[in-house]
Design a binder for this molecule. Sequence first.
Ligand SMILES: Cc1ncc(COP(=O)(O)O)c(C=O)c1O
Length: 395
Amino acid sequence: MKIQTKAVHAGDRKKAGPHVPVTTPIHTAASYFFESMEELDRVFAREEPGYCYARYDNPSNSALEELAASLEAGHGALACGSGMAAVHMSLLTALADRRRSVLAANALYGATISLLMNVMEPSGVTVRFTDVWDIDAFSEVVDEQKPGCILIETISNPLLRVAPIDRIADIARAAGAALIVDNTFATPALLRPLELGASFAVHSATKYLAGHGDVLGGIVVTDAAHYDSLRALSRAIGPVLGPFESYLTMRGIKTLPLRIERQCASACRVASWLASHPAIERVYFPADPAHPDAAHIRRLLPQGQYGAIVSFELRGAAREEIFRFMNALKLVVRATSLGDVHSMMLYPVMSSHREISPRHRERMGIRDSLVRLSVGNEAVEDIIEDLDQALRHAG
Ligand SMILES: Cc1ncc(COP(=O)(O)O)c(C=O)c1O
């Protein structure tokens, strides 16, 4: 064979043989070769297991999906190219054979609000935002709207409200609505929405699951009733994660419980230090006994593990003082994400909730004096020292 031919064929398409790699390799092939057309036909028809095309599935993604479904106690999962793609796929699947109406919590990540208002609503879906924490009032809204699906976050971004998922799931089931829970902030290390009756748990895998700031990804985990429909929609739409990102996410998840345990403990210490600092007006953290959702927190979150996000307001601060404070940070990284091994701080009005109108933000309680800290795996004393010196700069 000539070099041009060898260059494209040599070494490829070997049977894996008896060797079982300990960790899943990165399978980059876009399509798969079969000894015969008959075999390929059976795989296409799903009469026999196998891979034929990477938009349908890919061994690296399948391994991650099996891992995510196992952590979230789901039937199956879909690895997506971003958290927003995962939220979108769960909405499309939930509404596929239901009333095209979404009832969403009125505290959600900004891009999720944009997706609902700027993508779902113009496509003919009715969208309504409501209080999901007052369960009696919520039940009345469900009776009135009869939504096809309900969308909430376990721990809301950025004010850390904790939803009564178990009660909401009962109401959703009685109303025939699918419950989608964005579990990004809690992770399955703290809470598993499907065990409480949700139909979908979705994640921005970019955050805690991957955990190292080097992946953009999302995961939808679902129950048996929605799995086939999720995969069919995925084959049609093609929102899938790349195999390299799958590999990194699996690698990240291996240390998820360790990272979360440590970060939750550090976040408790940071939150109580902030609460006694004279420059801090208010701390939002689920360990606070005066938290509006204290009863749900006691029921749903493990004792001592309240997540690793701490949001707080600087006394009398506006954009200028917040910029001064955040510019003075030396260890905590100023960046738009969360859930990494390093501590990060974000200014919600400028990033996560930038697309939301000031009036809508005001209604949500997201003020110009609010910042959101994602507590990382550094020594907690170093994190506190950095916050302390930056607060002196801001004052
Ligand atoms: C709660 C929540 N859901 C979804 C997303 C979207 O994830 P991604 O940025 O991976 O698309 C984010 C991103 O910050 C988030 O915080």
